[in-house]
Design a protein around this ligand. Structure first.
Ligand code: SF4
Length: 307
């Protein structure tokens, strides 16, 4: 466990595994999303930006090499010996024929000798058998993380955010990945205005029971150019305060299985695009408040697992 933290961070997990600092380098491969193009749905998830939740990914017009070097050069100034994981972040990065995916993943993995793995963000309904076979084969020779957005276990929320698939589809995708030994990370979102604390804790407990490897916990961001942003501008609705978010997130961490790695306890939004809540821009304040609260309570990840 990270000395400074009372939960199991991804930073510590990767350092233990690879013996060095490891950072992710986002690559934009120009994928689209089946929940936007009509294959599974239209409009996308209501909180999702036109970039497909890849606001910090590179420019898709640039080659992988250009995108990669831009980030690596900058981060190497701080961590000169760091290893990297190439990160397909924007949109649905398994949405394509399997040979195209193979070519892209192999091209990314061969950019640099410092690359120790690949992280692939996707949807639960975009993992066919051929894609699973490809990911499994890759995972026998490099670290492969597949991350999928659940956001909430509640079907009511899935409908309201236009996620475009049910909980069973999500659970089956996770099972298909974990049974092949692929490292899985799940995104959840706190603060949907119709969800209370009990519902958010239910989502956390559901993740606990899935056998996933990692979790990313986010606060709901309301951003411009999203369906939720448009609704918020028409009629602003209540969002969690920083104090409420910290309180709920600490409760989740205390109920999170100790084996699950915590990749995030808050998300990033582009400042210019963020409508609310503005406190989410203070990422380090949020992380510090979570640490302070856990220390004050004498709390650790999983110490209330059965509660
Ligand atoms: S599945 Fe991901 S990329 Fe597609 S609309 Fe939802 S959040 Fe955006």
């Amino acid at each position: 466990m990270d000395q400074q933290k009372r939960y199991r961070t991804m930073n510590a997990f990767l350092r233990d595994r690879f013996g060095e600092k490891v950072f992710k380098v986002p690559l934009n491969a120009g994928f689209t999303c089946p929940n936007k193009d009509g294959t599974k749905g239209t409009g996308g998830c209501t909180f999702c930006s036109p970039s497909g939740s890849g606001d910090f990914a590179g420019e898709k017009e640039d080659s992988f090499d250009v995108q990669y070097q831009q980030v690596k050069t900058r981060l190497n100034q701080k961590w000169p010996n760091a290893k990297t994981i190439v990160y397909f972040q924007a949109n649905t990065n398994t949405y394509g024929d399997v040979e195209t995916l193979r070519t892209m993943y192999e091209a990314a993995l061969s950019l640099d000798d410092d690359i120790v793995g690949i992280a692939i963000a996707t949807r639960a309904d975009a993992l066919g058998e051929d894609v699973l076979d490809l990911l499994e084969a890759l995972s026998t020779r490099t670290f492969v993380q597949v991350e999928i957005g659940l956001q909430s276990m509640h079907e009511k929320t899935a409908r309201k955010i236009n996620r475009g698939h049910d909980l069973k589809t999500f659970d089956q995708a996770i099972h298909a990945l974990t049974s092949r030994g692929i490292f899985t990370a799940v995104h959840i979102i706190n603060g949907f205005p119709w969800e209370d604390e009990t519902m958010m804790l239910d989502t956390l407990r559901h993740v606990n029971n899935l056998g996933v490897d990692a979790i990313k916990i986010h606060m709901l961001h309301i951003t411009k150019n999203t369906a939720m942003g448009a609704a918020y501008r028409r009629e602003p609705f209540a969002l969690l305060s920083l104090e409420d978010y910290v309180d709920i997130t600490v409760k989740q961490l205390r109920r999170l299985h100790p084996d699950i790695v915590v990749q995030r306890v808050t998300g990033d939004a582009v400042k210019e695009d963020l409508l609310a809540p503005q406190w989410t821009l203070k990422k380090f304040v949020i992380m510090n408040e979570i640490d302070k609260t856990m220390r004050r309570l004498g709390a650790f990840q999983g110490d209330m697992l059965s509660k």
